[in-house]
Design a protein around this ligand. Structure first.
Ligand code: PLP
Length: 404
């Protein structure tokens, strides 16, 4: 403590841009779940949005080698050249998207890639269309940029997918952007190529931009083919920013590595944002990402198969519970069952489920639907089976259940 300088404690006023920005509602549930575990309670956790696998060894070794040979300095803002070349190659061969390395930005996770692009594009008052259920950070990023999130509710009857007509009606003169995620967090649902093409026609006709969040593209299990909307024609390509990352496919959540690819002017704008915030993603970590793209893809398939099996078990289990309906997910590692028939709001439902049966799931309200809860099945089969049994017991006890 400096001596002699005394004053009243300062009044802290946070910036107005934080007004109305929701802190994560899931944090309270996670904190309670941790506290119960610390007391020795056996909690079945379905909250995690990350693979329960470790990063494949060859990826770790590549980062270790980079660290040891001294890749410890600042790097180019947009990401090391070799990595952007490898990403361009991946997008061309796997996704049918032809981007130059100069049209790619490597960032601190897909999350920061999205944030940089939104900061680079959205003016105060601009509208950004976000289909609900949505990944909880999209609306808050738009608000932080001063924009207005326009939530477009997708009907459960249409498997949580918006239709071209619905999109068309939501677009106004102020619309700047649409954000699509396929497969989706929290529903796991994917748009089929013809559905994407129909949405692309609206986007082109109404001349807006689209962010395509493809972070779960490698974790798909059903018959629906994963397609990048930007690959469906030159006009839509010119209006698409493709976002992807390493967290989910390669079990690299803690590495913080993702990327955006799009029209040069947009990526250059995103680079300006990044140059004054992050500078660059941890230099040696980028060599791990390079190894992820260039190395053995076997581990990705091993994880995909494990998730595919769990999807079957959890979906079958949930559907067999009287009163619970559950859209079958096509990808990612989430299911989003409806709890509407229980008469409880999603937060109350999750709190009681945790207290009474020690099962942690995430309230749907965080994702734009209070009638659902999200299970992540990035956990082992034994936990899934035990958790579903407890969940069924809990639902059965709810008074409203008998009237269903
Ligand atoms: C739909 C979606 N997009 C983006 C992200 C961000 O991933 P990361 O920043 O780890 O790359 C997530 C993480 O949960 C997500 O679910």
């Amino acid at each position: 403590m400096a001596s002699g300088v005394r004053g009243a404690p300062p009044q802290i006023h946070l910036a107005e841009r934080l007004n109305g920005i929701a802190p994560s509602m899931t944090l309270a549930i996670s904190a309670r779940s941790r506290a119960l575990r610390a007391q020795g309670v056996d909690v079945c956790g379905f909250g995690a949005g990350e693979p329960d696998f470790d990063t494949p060894e060859h990826i770790k070794q590549a980062a270790i080698a980079a660290l040891q040979r001294g890749e410890t300095k600042y790097a180019t803002v947009a990401g090391i050249e070799k990595l952007r070349v490898a990403i361009a190659k991946k997008l061309a061969t796997e996704n049918g998207l032809s981007y130059e390395p100069g049209q790619i930005q490597v960032s601190g996770g897909a999350k920061q890639a999205l944030y940089n692009v939104i900061m680079a594009l959205v003016n105060p008052g601009d509208e950004v269309i976000i289909p609900a259920p949505y990944w909880l950070s999209y609306p808050e990023m738009v608000r932080l940029a001063g924009g207005k999130p326009v939530i477009l509710n997708a009907s459960e009857a249409n498997r949580f997918k918006i239709t071209p007509d619905e999109l068309d009606r939501a677009i106004t003169r102020r619309t700047r952007l649409v954000i699509l995620a396929s497969p989706s967090n929290p529903t796991g649902v994917m748009y089929a190529p013809d559905e994407l093409a129909a949405l692309a026609r609206v986007i082109v006709e109404r001349d807006v931009l689209v962010i395509s969040d493809e972070i779960y593209e490698k974790l798909v299990y059903g018959d629906v083919v994963q397609r990048s909307i930007g690959s469906l024609g030159d006009d839509i390509f010119a209006r698409t920013i493709t976002v992807n990352g390493f967290s989910k496919a390669y079990a690299m959540t803690g590495w913080r590595l993702g990327y955006a690819a799009g029209p040069r002017a947009i990526i250059e704008g995103a680079n300006v944002v990044q140059s004054h915030s992050l500078s660059n993603v941890t230099t040696f970590a980028q060599y791990g990402a390079l190894a992820a793209l260039e190395g053995d893809q076997g581990p990705v398939e091993v994880m995909r198969q494990a998730f595919a099996e769990r999807r079957e078990v959890i979906h079958r289990g949930l559907r067999s519970i009287p009163g619970i309906t559950c859209v079958r997910p096509d990808g990612a590692f989430y299911v989003f069952p409806s709890i509407a028939s229980t008469g409880l709001g999603s937060i109350a439902f999750c709190e009681r489920l945790l207290e009474e049966e020690h099962v942690a799931v995430v309230p749907g309200q965080s994702f734009g639907s209070d009638e659902h809860v999200r299970f992540s099945y990035a956990t082992d089969l034994a936990t899934i089976e035990k958790g579903i049994e407890r969940f069924a017991r809990f639902v059965k006890r709810l008074p409203i259940h008998s009237t269903i």
